[in-house]
Design a protein around this ligand. Sequence first.
Ligand code: 5AD
Ligand code: SF4
Length: 441
Amino acid sequence: MRYHVTTFGCQMNEHDSERMRGMLDALGYQEAGTREDADLILFNTCSIRETADSRLVAHLGEAKRLKRENPERIVGVGGCWAQSLKDEVFERFPFVDVAFGPGQVNRLADFLLSDNLGAQGYFEFESFTGDLPAKRLRAVQGWLQVSVGCNCRCSYCIVPSTRGREVSRALADLVAQAHSMASDGVRELTLLGQNVNSYGRDLRPERATFAELLRQIDDVPGIERIRYTSPHPKDMREDVVRAHAELASLCEHIHLPLQSGSSRILRAMRRTYDRERYLDRVALIREHVPDVSLTTDIIVGFPGETESDFEQTLEVVDRVSYDGAFTFIFSPRRGTQAGELTDGLVPHEVKVARLERLVELVQRRARERAERFVGRTVEVLVEGASRTDPDRLRGRSRHNKVVNFTGLARPGDLAQVDITSATSQTLAGDERILTRAAAPA
Ligand code: 5AD
Ligand code: SF4
């Protein structure tokens, strides 16, 4: 039996898909190169914005056709979209055989092993996908799921309803997993949680803190880089900020979602911080880690956002001077508080115009910020060939910049790269050894 998985959405979904693959391999399935070649067609879905939904529906059309060609084929949908439509999935998409939420990936195995392959849905929150076997896409980079779920109530966000209440994994289990991944060759670990830095508060009898987790993972031999995503500004405590300055493996990059620069809109979003508190966090971070890269998420066109609210967002972007930002147009989601709002809706053209202005500023600042790397030598974890030039290499710096460079390093190596130019998104340069070799004696 052969399977094919398509992944939508965030890094947590990429993580969950690696676990689906690991579990299917353990069941004796093999991975197929295309959907046509697969007996089991899986989609790991996302529902964060409307665009995510519509992309998926287009893909499902192909699965429907393939199922018609060969009714023996099994079509499965997992993840957030499946969870959010649990009551309607089979009605609206009758060719789907199995549907499961993000907390039920393990049940896919039960389904495949059961005698009854009639339509079945699994939507309880009951287990950590992180406990399942993994089939990693990259040899030296790995995910570590530190918690599932989210206790925040951001009024625009569907995630609390698709991933449930927050539950942390035991500290000792995570450290043990980090050790075992390191012995498998993993050099860079990305800690994952929907609200990663609130890790540990729910653990009993002994609570743990995110900073403590970072320290213990930093001690794991072989793990040379630690990243994490996504933190919440409200939980960005001084101990975590200090960890960036003190722990050798913790990278100089923090993704700190802003969402809006207007305190009024932040309140309507139920973000639990205001503009000043956010800027305080940024100041604290820059005080301890002056060279840090900061990136963010911003939503424009939230209901009630006026021109003056939006200008406050531009102002924060201008003041913080991010190294990069993901920018989104507000998209009303089913079952969310903001999705129900009917007052103050921002017309689509206004949203698009605001997004354009925001993107222009973000890119300008990101380009200026990236300039600071020109003339410096940065450590790059090599991922493979450059996407634009197969004769060059590509990897990421500790500051999370994509670096394209000439060199002799192999995937998985940590290369020293002399940076010669920068754009808003990427850096370019030459590997140190080459520069040295070329230099006159
Ligand atoms: N509309 C637009 N953007 C959203 N995000 C989350 N929900 C929505 C929504 N309903 C954005 C936030 C979040 C990122 C992952 O997606 O910026 O940080
Ligand atoms: Fe999409 Fe959010 Fe679910 Fe990730 S957690 S898959 S971004 S809806």
